[in-house]
Design a protein around this ligand. Structure first.
Ligand SMILES: Nc1ncnc2c1ncn2[C@@H]1O[C@H](COP(=O)(O)OP(=O)(O)OP(=O)(O)O)[C@@H](O)[C@H]1O
Ligand SMILES: [Mg+2]
Length: 917
């Protein structure tokens, strides 16, 4: 229909596919603008700036989608297509907007909502007041943009877990020791990152800035920990390797917001200026008195600190621009929920880098990428959504401090051991019955701050906080003497609830909660709000006048049968029985009639009704202002409410650790932590696991998982060199060892008969799965890069897992590399480790080395039938063969090929023995 829709171009005339094409804008030629009706002009003015979004355009009681958006609605959801004069259209009723919008967002679309900014009545009121010439169309504006990573309203949220949107700024650093003028090359320069992460549902911001290694270990870890739904980046601002990593981990390009440098993705100066102009933090009590300072005093201290870091400030700037374009910047920034975040270098926790999180399938399995079979799915048994989110953090950052870990274990013991008489149940079950009643408070209080909370949710949160007060004061506090966990005791005796209790009482008195839920509106008791009371009275007065007027007319026409009748919008029609119609004054205008009556308006009445409607409009305003005022009152204590929620989340997580024990099966045990020193007084690690199982591996109904003992360090060698047939259970053993350490350091029981260990500082894993995905780099290259990283960073307190190192290259090179790496680990790093291999030569080299224990996964073999029965039992010694032929058999490789392969293998073996000799 329009030529400019047949040949799409952006506002700069670029076509899709051309470099720097901006999919957000659409070029509409001047000739087209001239021909638009006022309504079309209004629509296309908005649509041209939001071309990539699905625009929901409010029209009366409907939201309408036109042209391209109509096609999408029709194709994706089978919405009925109508052909208007100049536009194809589909529509949805206004009441179902949330439902439809969230379906579009779930499919990956961005939704822009355009609303009418005035009612027809208000419009005429305004027009009369301002005497301005009446515009032909009702004023409409973009009121909301919904995207997968930035949803805020509960109606759109389907998942308890956080959805993150992160903004990334990258800068390549000159290489150490090389003069600045030396060209910064992408391949060898370490990148510096500024990252700003936001969870819009709770208005929580995390700032991070760090210099990374060229493999971008920290950045990768951050991405895997947060798994962002949406990213904000600068056009041309990221290095090739970073872009590749984003593609690999985040995928879906629809959720990449590529902003124009400086103009949109602001640099540090522009960001600082904008933050000053917007003045998001004005409510701060600290006055700006020091004129010389660049950064205003009322900025939160975290932001002040961030402002010293240009890369970070720019990342904040990119996100700020984006949130402004979504119109949610103010509500989010003004909550001041800022903190710093370091994905890796947290000195107090067991570091699990991105590789390790992936290799061990902590949050996502390596099969279909879902959460099935992951450690998180196994352990997460929180009751509240905010507990769940907190628990994910706990798994990202297990503890390192023995006292802290023991205290968590004590807390979960308390949860199970303490018996609550009132409820006839254990503490953990009692806490669960209370927590079950809580809505997602963390999200709701940020909605209350934004003023967009639904009344029902507001009341729910008031009730929930009342319940929480009960939990803390009645339950935990009454058990204080029985608690062995210091932290639980601290929480039980937490002090500032008096203020909040008073607040809750105030809200209780200010309005009727149940009525508010029923009316979906807050009606304050009399005397609470002046404007509210006044406007309410004004309506009453006019209604009284109208009644007086009716009595006057009844008297004048001499009949009590004359009454008011409301018909739709035409209220207060004077209804006159047919027999009295003759005496109706000439200037009355007939509005409607039936067989028995006629109904009229007159000038006086019209005037009063207009006044009444206007009074009602003012009352509505006053009423919604009351709601806002009540919300604001609640919001003044935001920090305290949030603190309470965080404490409840913590209790929930501790209860979860107690509940975890049930899913571990038998035997399971409380890990025992020791701190040991070597004879030369250096730190020495120990890891002793008796009858350990992998808690996530499902081996089917007929067969049980075979437990294994793993003893490392202390009196024994620190490293196990593991051999065994293919499919024999080597990788599983490596993984389960790491999983046990993670569980122990989270403060969880371990699926073993006995577990004794020193806390570890980091788990390094090099497991040969899914490396081929990184385009442009060879498997071997990646393998070596990762290994060299381990060699550089591992300490005596680390746990290192190397699965078939050297597999990616020729046998001899691979063996040599494996040999040297192993040697370095046992003599220089001296950490605990497991090293699996298929290289017979390697085990030959180390079989008499006291620093290494050679073990293999046992099996029965039946050479005749090419059959191997796996026993999965860890056994001292060396596995003579890899039995790859057996696996070939199982995998269904034709018999003849297997037989031929065997002959060839035997030949090889003979020859290489001759060579060696
Ligand atoms: N202890 C165990 N008890 C029961 N089944 C096990 C055990 N360990 C492993 N398995 C089963 O054996 C399968 C193969 O294990 P795994 O991948 O660890 O073998 P692998 O020795 O690493 O093989 P490859 O040499 O081919 O890498 C697992 O998927 C699991 O089903
Ligand atoms: Mg393996």
């Amino acid at each position: 229909r329009y030529s400019w829709l047949m040949d799409i171009r952006d506002e700069n005339g670029k076509r899709p596919g051309e470099e720097d094409y901006d999919p957000r804008t659409l070029y509409i030629p001047p000739s087209a603008w001239k021909k638009f009706t006022p309504f079309e002009r209004q629509y296309w003015e908005i649509k041209a700036k939001h071309w990539e979004k699905v625009v929901f355009f409010k029209k009366g009681k409907f939201y309408e989608l036109y042209e391209k958006d109509a096609d999408i609605g029709h194709q994706e959801f089978d919405l009925k297509m109508t052909d208007r004069v100049n536009m194809r259209m589909v529509g949805v009723p206004e009441a179902s907007f949330e439902q439809w919008a969230s379906q579009f967002v779930a499919k990956g679309y961005k939704v822009a909502k355009v609303d009418q900014m005035e009612t027809a009545l208000k419009k005429s009121m305004n027009a009369r007041n301002s005497k301005a010439k009446e515009e032909k169309v009702i004023k409409r504006e973009l009121s909301q943009v919904l995207t997968a990573g930035t949803l805020v309203d509960s109606g759109f949220l389907t998942n308890d877990m956080s959805a993150y949107c992160i903004s990334i700024k990258e800068e390549l650093q000159p290489i150490n020791g090389v003069s600045e003028s030396y060209m910064v090359t992408e391949d060898r320069s370490p990148p510096k990152f500024g990252v700003c992460i936001v969870d819009t549902t709770t208005a929580t911001f995390k700032f991070s800035s760090f210099v990374d290694d060229i493999d971008r270990t920290r950045f990768e870890t951050l991405l895997i920990q947060y798994k962002p739904k949406e990213i904000v980046i600068e056009r041309g601002g990221l290095s090739q390797r970073t872009v590749q990593m984003l593609k690999r981990i985040i995928g879906n390009k629809d959720q990449w917001n590529v902003l124009i440098p400086e103009k949109e993705f602001w640099g540090p100066e522009k960001t600082e200026l904008e933050l000053k102009i917007q003045d998001y933090f004005k409510d701060s009590k600290i006055k700006e008195n020091d004129q010389n300072r660049n950064i205003p005093d009322n900025w939160p201290s975290v932001l002040k600190q961030a402002a010293n870091e240009p890369v970070l400030l720019s990342a904040i700037g990119g996100l700020l621009w984006y949130l402004q374009s979504l119109k949610i910047d103010r509500e989010l920034f003004s909550l001041k929920n800022f903190s710093f975040y370091d994905p890796v270098n947290d000195a107090s926790s067991l570091i699990l880098d991105g590789q390790t999180l992936m290799n061990l399938e902590v949050f996502q399995n390596n099969g279909d990428g879902s959460t099935e079979g992951t450690l998180f799915e196994l352990l997460e048994h929180c009751t509240t959504p905010f507990g769940k989110r907190q628990f994910r953090n706990w798994i990202c950052h297990p503890l390192r401090d023995i006292d802290a870990i023991e205290d968590r274990l004590n807390a979960s013991d308390d949860m199970l051991n303490i018996y609550v008489e009132e409820n006839n149940s254990s503490l953990v079950d009692y806490i669960d019955t209370i927590l079950r009643k809580l809505p997602d408070l963390e999200r709701i209080i940020s909605r209350i701050h934004a003023g967009s909370c639904k009344v029902k949710e507001f009341i729910q949160s008031l009730k929930a906080f009342t319940i929480i007060m009960e939990l803390f004061i009645n339950v935990l506090n009454s058990q204080v003497d029985h608690l062995t966990s210091k932290r639980l005791k601290e929480i039980a005796q937490f002090g500032f609830f008096d203020v909040l209790k008073e607040e809750l009482v105030w809200f209780q008195n200010a309005f009727d909660w149940e009525k508010a839920i029923k009316d979906n509106n807050i009606t304050p008791v009399d005397g609470y709000d002046e404007t509210y009371d006044e406007t309410k009275q004004a309506i009453k007065d006019i209604e009284m006048e109208l009644q007086d007027y009716l009595r006057k007319i009844q008297k004048k026409l001499g009949s009590k049968d004359i009454v008011y009748k409301d018909l739709g919008k035409e209220i207060y029609q004077i209804q006159v029985p047919k027999r009295l119609v003759k005496s109706v004054p000439k200037d009355w205008i007939q509005m409607s009639k039936t067989q028995a009556v006629n109904r009229y308006y007159n000038a006086n009445l019209r005037n009063d009704i207009q006044r009444l409607n206007e009074a009602k409009e003012l009352f509505n305003d006053a009423e919604s202002e009351v709601k806002q005022r009540i919300y604001q009152r609640f919001d003044t204590h935001y920090d305290k409410w949030l603190k309470v929620i965080k404490l409840v989340a913590e209790v929930d997580c501790l209860a979860c650790l107690a509940r975890c024990r049930e899913v571990l099966g038998e035997p399971s045990c409380r890990p025992e932590f020791v701190s040991t020193l070597d004879t030369d007084m250096t730190e020495s690690s120990v890891l002793e696991l008796t009858e350990l199982r992998h808690p996530c591996v499902n081996v089917g109904v007929t067969q049980d998982f075979i437990p294994n003992d793993t003893y490392l360090g202390g009196e024994r060698p620190k490293l196990i060199l593991l051999t065994g047939p293919n499919m024999g259970g080597k990788s599983t053993l490596l993984r389960q060892t790491c999983i046990a350490v993670i569980m122990a350091q989270i403060g969880c029981y371990v699926p073993a008969r006995k577990c004794r260990l020193t806390p570890f500082d980091r788990i390094f894993t090099r497991i040969g799965a899914n490396d081929n995905i990184l385009a442009g780099q060879s498997t071997f290259m990646i393998e070596l890069a990762e290994t060299s990283k381990i060699l550089k960073e591992a300490t005596p307190r680390s746990l290192v897992i190397l699965d078939e190192l050297g597999r990616g290259t020729s046998t001899f090179d691979g063996f040599s590399i494996a040999y040297s790496v192993l040697n370095y680990i046992i003599t220089q790093i001296r950490c605990i480790g497991l090293f699996s291999t298929h290289y017979g030569m390697l085990t030959e080299e180390y079989k008499n080395n006291p620093l290494v224990a050679c073990k293999f996964m046992s099996f029965h073999s039946d050479e005749e039938n090419h059959e191997v029965v796996f026993l999965y039992k860890l056994t001292d010694g060396i596995c003579p063969k890899s039995y790859g032929m057996n696996v070939a058999n199982i995998a269904g490789v034709p018999k003849s090929i297997v037989l031929q392969a065997e002959t060839v293998a035997a030949e090889f073996e003979k020859n290489s023995k001759i060579q060696e000799a």
